[in-house]
Design a binder for this molecule. Structure first.
Ligand SMILES: Nc1ncnc2c1ncn2[C@@H]1O[C@H](COP(=O)(O)OP(=O)(O)O)[C@@H](O)[C@H]1O
Ligand SMILES: [Mg+2]
Length: 342
């Protein structure tokens, strides 16, 4: 186990911020270990930043979990974390196999991971745990005439705000329901302000961290502008959701609040949120804590110890690469011009 020091980030996509944060955490730990990534798109920016790119099959391939376990064993991986919503359930199912190979999957039990992906099951799980969830109805068998409009139509399994519509009345709901191609739920459109809480659950599902942030601006599900908050009520809510559902590893919990009253938890992602740099900058240091947990160390809860008033405003960045045979080679972005042109 001791030699399993590396980190595997699956479906790593654009999450260069997370790759770098784990590289930094490994360097500070000073025991070696690399950041490994996988993504089916060979042009995913995170592949350029990682220490090693590993080949994995598509997430719906029946051999995916076994392939992850093989990488864990071969490359000495201690911690496995998904970076998108594509593979948390299949990775959670593979956790025993990964454990046999010497690594830890930072996800809750498969049925909890599945419930967090499905907005109907999530509502049921929150209510069963005595946690606040907005009034939510299935699309089948609900009398649409008696709903308390405005109503949101939301995909059961959705992400990045896709196929979500706010419906002012039954006519709008009937229209969107007739057009949506995905299984959906109906949810009361909540007033008030929306918040996000970046949490970390221990391997036993106790809350280690809960860092609330205001969501000033999001684009396509990614937080562009936000700020960490000194907000004990939201810290408490984050910890209660982690412990009520048994969430393991990093997760992001979204909720609405009006006049000091929590109206409901609207979304839970069992992975690092799009606002990842903010809790890190606010002293959350989740990557280091995950390395410590993967190494079997005790990590004490640190609820309410983050720095408030840390503000993030995002911009696009890039890797510029040059084709060199069948390789892509990083450049400074200032290649020499070709001499003797036309
Ligand atoms: N019940 C609701 N009331 C008001 N707005 C909502 C509600 N549910 C979702 N939204 C809005 O839609 C956005 C996306 O919804 P969310 O449940 O987070 O789905 P996704 O899984 O796509 O991120 C939220 O950030 C919020 O702005
Ligand atoms: Mg969301």
């Amino acid at each position: 186990m001791a030699e399993h020091r590396s980190v595997l980030l699956t479906c790593s996509g654009q999450r260069v911020d997370i790759v770098r944060a784990f590289q930094d955490a490994l360097a500070r730990r000073g025991e070696g270990g690399r950041v490994l990534v996988s993504d089916l798109d060979p042009l995913s920016p995170s592949l350029v930043s990682a220490d090693l790119v590993v080949d994995l099959p598509a997430v719906d391939d029946p051999g995916y979990g076994t392939a992850v376990a093989a990488v864990v064993s071969r490359e000495g991986v201690g911690a496995v974390l998904p970076l998108t919503d594509l593979d948390p359930v299949v990775l959670a199912e593979a956790a025993p196999e990964v454990a046999d190979a010497g690594g830890t999957v930072f996800l809750p039990a498969p049925e909890v991971a599945a419930a967090c992906q499905d907005k109907w099951l999530c509502h049921v799980a929150l209510e069963a745990a005595g946690l606040p969830s907005p009034p939510t109805w299935p699309t089948e068998g609900t009398d649409r005439g008696s709903l308390p409009y405005p109503i949101m139509i939301k995909p059961r399994i959705g992400f990045a705000g896709r196929w979500i519509h706010r419906c002012a009345d039954q006519e709008e709901l009937d229209f969107h329901l007739s057009r949506t191609p995905v299984a959906s739920v109906l949810q009361k459109a909540l007033p008030g302000e929306e918040f996000s809480i970046d949490c970390l659950g221990s391997l036993e599902g106790t809350a280690i961290g809960a860092i609330p942030r205001a969501m000033y601006q999001s684009k396509g599900g990614e937080q562009i502008k936000g700020e960490t908050l000194d907000d004990p009520q939201l810290v408490e809510l984050g910890a209660a959701v982690v412990e009520g559902l048994g969430l393991v590893g990093p997760c992001t919990i979204q909720c609405f609040r009006e006049d000091g009253r929590i109206l409901g938890v609207t979304d839970i992602n069992t992975r690092f949120g799009g606002g990842f740099p903010l809790p890190v900058a606010a002293g959350g240091d989740y990557p280091s804590l995950i390395l410590a947990l993967a190494a079997g160390e005790d990590v004490a809860p640190r609820l309410g110890t983050h720095r408030a008033g840390v503000v993030m405003t995002r911009f696009l960045s890039e890797h510029v690469l040059v084709r060199d045979g069948d390789q892509l080679r990083p450049t400074t972005g200032r290649e020499e011009a070709v001499s003797g042109g036309i």
